[in-house]
Design a protein around this ligand. Structure first.
Ligand SMILES: *Cc1c(COP(=O)(O)O)cnc(C)c1O
Length: 424
């Protein structure tokens, strides 16, 4: 039997509303796949891959597959189109510097001489290593040979920056004398300390704190990745105990780290970005390194990051940065929200911080449980809802999404007939 024509197959999915060129490309794929030429399935799968807004009801607050920190909707998308003064100084009317205002906003928060913004935490570390170490050597503890996920492995990042890696200590114990011996054998080497953000070594362990490394007289780079801006968390009423073990930028610099690198979205709660903060000479050299041009973010990111930092500065972080709203919302509020959804069974749940941050730390939460595995139906809602399995049932955790979306969750559950289940 001859396969159907590309045109006929493409027209058969016109109701899906895909641009014609995509209907045609999916029709070609369906023909290549052979009978039954299921172009509708292929088109739906393509649409399911397109980046779009979702409701994160997994209970994992920084979900790696769901863009980690959600960003608050500022006015960034409101005009039909807009320009940004990313490199234009409104006072002088001449070319400005895209990095300078971000560094100025960070300064009072972390007491860094200078900060630089790049695309993500991996870029931040790569740029620092390429700038500082060149083709030199970098000393790293064997207890900090981290893999972050998505292929970010410390030995490989060090290797791709052109540096030679010198491993010291053992998996569970590294002492100051290990670093001293490595430095004696490799004068001019740098020290890289990495926060093992996504695993814990327990038991007979020892790692050297930054203040001791700083006494060795060579630059210390500290990749804290998911750390906090300030361990005192002054933007909260009280520091969150689940985060008390996280390293912080301000205190690490005070302890003598030459530069600290960290993610702009993990525990900062801004857009995806990477930050380098610390010594003005070193950060300044990063900003003039040719790689900076390849790693610098665009205006949308810089605006969102500036907006996030302003919220830390004006004291509204807890009420306006989604990450802190989710981390600090109390159980009573979550319970009220679950009751306002009004469908399914309200249960106690446990939320995770996620993104490899604070491994093992859980936050009490509230979930709505519906019978059976209904995850695929939830994903196919007009605003897709991502839930998690609870045994044979489905749990929607309320801590990891915005209260503004409760009505969409309710509507989806009604749509799915959950009002016919027994509620209690
Ligand atoms: C997450 C993380 C990184 C990478 O940051 P990205 O923003 O994901 O590129 C690097 N180092 C540590 C310790 C991390 O936790």
């Amino acid at each position: 039997m001859r396969p159907p024509s590309v045109d006929r197959l493409a027209r058969s999915i016109a109701h899906l509303g895909l641009p014609h060129a995509l209907s045609v490309s999916q029709a070609r794929l369906a023909i290549a796949e052979g009978p039954p030429y299921d172009v509708e399935r292929l088109a739906n799968e393509l649409m399911g891959r397109l980046p779009t807004r979702v409701i994160n009801a997994t209970g994992t607050i920084l979900h790696t597959n769901l863009a980690r920190a959600p960003i608050g909707t500022s006015d960034i998308n409101s005009p039909t189109f807009r320009a940004s003064n990313v490199e234009f100084d409104l006072t002088s009317g001449i070319r400005g510097n895209r990095n300078r205002p971000l560094s100025e906003l960070l300064q009072p928060l972390i007491d860094a001489e200078l900060s630089a913004v790049v695309n993500n935490g991996a870029s931040a570390l790569l740029l620092v290593l390429a700038t500082l170490a060149g083709s030199g050597s970098v000393i790293v503890s064997r207890g900090e040979m981290v893999e972050i996920g998505g292929g970010f492995r410390i030995p490989e990042v060090v290797g791709s920056s052109g540096c030679r890696l010198i491993e010291v200590g053992t998996t569970n114990r590294t002492r100051l004398s290990d670093y001293e011996q490595a430095l004696a054998a490799n004068p001019g080497a740098l020290i890289l300390k990495v926060h093992p953000s996504n695993y814990r070594i327990e038991g007979f362990t020892e790692q050297v704190p930054v203040n001791q490394l700083a006494g060795l007289g060579v630059p210390v780079i500290y990749d804290i990745g998911s750390g906090l801006l300030d361990s005192k968390m002054p933007w909260l009423k009280a520091p969150l105990s689940a985060l008390s073990q996280e390293p912080a930028v301000k205190q690490s610099l005070r302890d003598g780290a030459t530069v600290v690198t960290f993610s702009g979205d993990k525990l900062l709660g801004g857009p995806q970005a990477g930050l380098i903060a610390g010594d003005a000479k070193v950060v300044g050299a990063c900003l003039t390194h040719p790689l900076y041009r390849a790693l610098r973010p665009g205006s949308h990111i810089l605006e969102l990051l500036a907006d996030t930092l302003l919220r830390y500065l004006d004291g509204t972080a807890t009420t306006t940065i989604p990450l802190w709203q989710m981390l600090s919302v109390d159980i009573a509020q979550l319970k009220r929200r679950a009751e306002s959804v009004g469908l399914g069974r309200v249960v106690d749940s446990q939320a995770l911080i996620g993104a490899g941050s604070a491994p093992g730390a859980v936050l009490n939460s509230i979930g709505v449980v519906i019978e059976g595995d209904r995850r695929a139906e939830l994903r196919s809602q007009p605003t897709p809802i991502i839930a998690r399995a609870l045994g044979d049932d489905t749990l929607l955790d309320l801590r990891s999404y915005s209260p503004d979306d409760d009505h969409l969750v309710r509507r989806a559950l009604l749509e799915m007939g959950c009002d016919k289940e027994a509620t209690q």
